[in-house]
Design a protein around this ligand. Structure first.
Ligand code: HEM
Length: 426
């Protein structure tokens, strides 16, 4: 493995003091969307393990592509920190920049640093640790049955829109204290979907406002009548977070939980339905659902890029000169497939869990969130395959398309057919 601070694959990289230089490559586009691995290969060849890229609107940033460089960045928050107000490019960011909702500073756990982050993230971890995994599994099965009942009689479904997304959303809000079903939960789930991924004619800002109001109400209700849920545990934690802090962090938890878990389910179902090593497994094959889930984290990880970190002072990374306030995008998918760690290709990825899909360091996906995501995803897939054992795609595998997002890797839809079956008895 290389030294993350000084190693460089290209001699010209040492001269590239600023990301705005002729070699910077736009991060995105149709080709990227369908074959991100090709762009990573090209970037590695041309720039090494830290490449200058252009975000939406031609805004410069560094993409960290190397496994060892990613490890270094995420382990050294004294050098690469999380508060986006450190950015040296704010003067060139337009008010309607599409990434503003993700990058603009908010007073939530996501953007805090040091002792303050420790306090906020500790409360979240403690509250998540109180989730009973057997109960979560039972609730997810209940949610899966409700969703499957909606399409089981028709013989067709879109497993992304009809199953993976609503299931992950309902599982996340239920952990926080919303009922499994009912009008309040339905409306919150719909507003969350709209605020994260608005369809034409929908107003994401208004939807986000309603999400905030509903979470505020939940916090108020649990302050008056605590229950056995994440919200109540956050409210009673000895760290004594204010209601405003808890509202902010609950929204972060729900948003952070929902999209990646939904795409993890969707990407794994795709693998199960398109790859012979797994397809056989639906009727007793060689590799298990657990191995498919793990392989997806290596090769089609849901959070493919994460923005990000900001350099605290001038430094070097991968032979690049990084300036104070430069933005670094964590290229989690690229790092997972770094040829330095897979000299012969990703053989055996299904059985190894040293991937960086949940990131690393202080701001990594907080323990035990990855375990909870695993319970949700595994239960969802098991429930689906048990009830619809002859499920098959209705399109050719190469007709499936990926969503036009640089950040999340997920399919636009996953159309399937199966023999219509009866409603669940629950
Ligand atoms: C497949 C599922 C998931 C994936 C791939 C995933 C991945 C990630 C990644 C890459 C980060 C960013 C870490 C960084 O800044 O270095 C993150 C942060 C976070 N995740 Fe997850 N996550 C998943 C599920 C969940 C779930 C189920 C929860 C909650 C129940 C959750 C809660 C959070 C929170 C609160 C943060 C912010 C941590 C902080 O800034 O301190 N995630 N996750």
């Amino acid at each position: 493995m290389t030294d993350p601070l000084t190693s460089s694959a290209t001699p010209e990289s040492a001269a590239a003091g600023c990301p705005v230089h002729p070699g910077a490559v736009p991060l995105g586009g149709l080709e990227y969307q369908q074959h991100p691995d090709r762009l990573y290969r090209k970037l590695r060849q041309e720039h090494g393990s830290v490449a200058p890229v252009l975000l939406d609107g031609g805004i410069p940033a560094w993409l960290v592509l190397g496994y060892s460089e990613m490890h270094f960045v995420t382990s050294h928050d004294e050098l690469f920190a999380r508060d986006s107000r450190r950015w040296n490019a704010w003067d060139s960011i337009p008010a309607d920049w599409p990434l503003l909702p993700f990058v603009g500073y908010q007073p939530s756990v996501l953007f805090t640093e040091g002792a303050e982050h420790h306090r906020r993230a500790g409360v979240i971890s403690d509250a998540l640790e109180g989730v009973d995994q057997f109960e979560l599994e039972a609730r997810c099965r209940q949610i899966a049955d409700v969703l499957i009942d909606r399409f089981v009689g028709s013989g067709v479904a879109d497993l992304k829109g009809d199953f993976a997304h609503p299931l992950a959303m309902r599982a996340a809000v239920q952990m926080c204290g919303m009922p499994v079903s009912g009008t309040d939960t339905d409306e919150l789930v719909d507003d969350l979907r709209m605020s994260l991924d608005a369809a034409e004619g929908e107003d994401p800002v208004a939807a986000y406002g309603r999400v905030g109001a509903r979470i505020q109400q939940l916090v108020k209700d649990r302050r008056a009548r605590p229950a056995a849920d994440v919200t109540s545990r956050m409210l009673t934690d000895a760290a004594g977070l204010s209601d405003e802090e808890i509202v902010q962090d609950l929204i972060s938890v729900i948003a952070a939980a929902q999209q990646p878990t939904a795409n993890w389910i969707g990407n794994t179902l795709r693998l199960l339905l398109t790859d012979d090593r797994f397809a056989l497994d639906l009727s007793g094959g060689r590799l298990s659902v657990g191995e498919a889930l793990n392989e997806v984290l290596w090769l089609d990880t849901p959070t493919q890029n994460f923005i990000g970190r900001w350099a605290v002072r001038d430094t070097q990374l991968g032979g690049r000169q990084i300036r104070e306030g430069d933005c670094l995008v964590l290229g989690l998918a690229a790092a997972n497939t770094d040829p330095q760690i897979w000299p012969e290709g990703p053989v055996g990825a299904a059985a190894n869990s040293a991937h960086l899909s949940f990131s690393n360091g202080e701001h990594r996906c907080p323990y035990p969130a990855p375990l909870l995501a695993d319970v949700i995803a595994r239960t969802a897939i098991d429930a689906l395959l048990e009830r619809l054992p002859d499920i098959v795609l209705t399109v050719e595998p190469d007709e499936l398309t990926w969503r036009p997002s640089v950040w999340m890797r997920g399919l636009t839809s996953l159309p399937v057919q199966f023999t219509p079956a009866p409603l669940s008895s629950s």
